[in-house]
Design a protein around this ligand. Structure first.
Ligand code: DGL
Length: 282
């Protein structure tokens, strides 16, 4: 394993770096904050490039390298790719080139297959995740005899980014995307994109209480905890950890959504990207 030219700071006091295409990864950050209250957390929203679901894999990999490099330079001891789409196409490459724990996430096929009683599971995710080889591998490994019905959801990420959580337009999109899953007999719906957990109440309104809705935020937070403990990098302190936020996009618009999704309005800094000539490359 190589380290991409930047040495990770192997120190339990160092922060955890988290990134997503936008603010959807806050659903993962929230789970990490609950599970690991002492940790300092750095969060980057790549809002200038959201949605990743519409980008080609090479462009997503390039963004993942820039964001990981940014977080490593700020001393991150571990990286959480709080984005299913970026994990699907970029996590192997990131792990290969940076020698620090890199935790990704993927649609929760395995737990959904274990829970379904109807034998049909639905997956809401971005097109980028659903067409990835990594997702095909997940199905091959875990689906078995369970039928997995997939549904891309164009427009949902943009709605969450805009803070349009409970609007008629968002409800209409959810109805359009959930209807085929319920018609196919799905009794379990996987939220395969980190933006979607912010829509869980609306999703439940549509599906009714019998359908199980699976969000992977806490499973990722548990994995972060395990990886830090294994590497002896977990911070133990009674002092609550802090959070820092950066965005590559419109920070004024982002701040309003941040306040809505995170519950208060911390400062959001402009993402200061390494000049192109100095970007980590391999
Ligand atoms: N939140 C992301 C995910 O988990 C990406 C959404 C997007 O930018 O398309 O897939």
């Amino acid at each position: 394993m190589t380290t991409g030219g930047v040495s990770p700071l192997q120190d339990a006091q160092a922060p955890i770096g988290v990134f997503d295409s936008g603010l959807g990864g806050l659903s993962v950050l929230r789970a990490i904050r609950e599970r690991l209250p002492a940790e300092d957390l750095l969060y980057v929203a790549d809002a200038a490039h959201v949605p990743y679901g519409g980008l080609d894999p090479d462009s997503i990999r390039a963004r993942a390298r820039v964001l990981t490099g940014f977080l490593v330079e700020r001393g991150a001891k571990a990286i959480v790719v709080a984005c299913n789409t970026a994990t699907a196409v970029a996590v192997s490459e990131l792990r290969h080139h940076w020698g620090l724990p890199i935790i990704g996430m993927e649609p929760a096929i395995k737990p959904a297959v274990a829970r379904t009683r109807s034998g049909t599971v639905g997956v809401l995710a971005t097109e980028g995740t659903l067409v990835s080889a990594r997702f095909a591998g997940l199905l091959e490994q875990y689906a078995g005899s369970v039928r997995v019905v997939t549904q891309p959801c164009p427009g949902l990420v943009a709605a969450v980014e805009a803070g349009a959580i409970d609007t008629p337009g968002t409800r209409a999109m959810l109805a359009e995307y959930l209807e085929p899953l319920l018609s196919a007999g799905a009794d379990t719906v996987i939220l395969g994109c980190t933006h979607y957990p912010f829509l869980t109440p609306l999703i439940r309104d549509y599906t009714g209480p019998e359908v199980v809705v699976i969000d992977t935020g806490d499973a990722v937070a548990r994995q972060v905890q395990r990886r830090l403990e294994r590497a002896e990098l977990r911070k133990s302190s009674r002092v609550p950890g802090r959070e820092w936020f950066w965005s590559s996009g419109d920070r004024e618009a982002g701040a309003a959504t941040l306040q809505r999704l995170w519950g208060h309005a911390p400062e959001m800094q402009a993402l200061d990207e390494t000049p192109p000539g100095e970007q980590a490359s391999w």
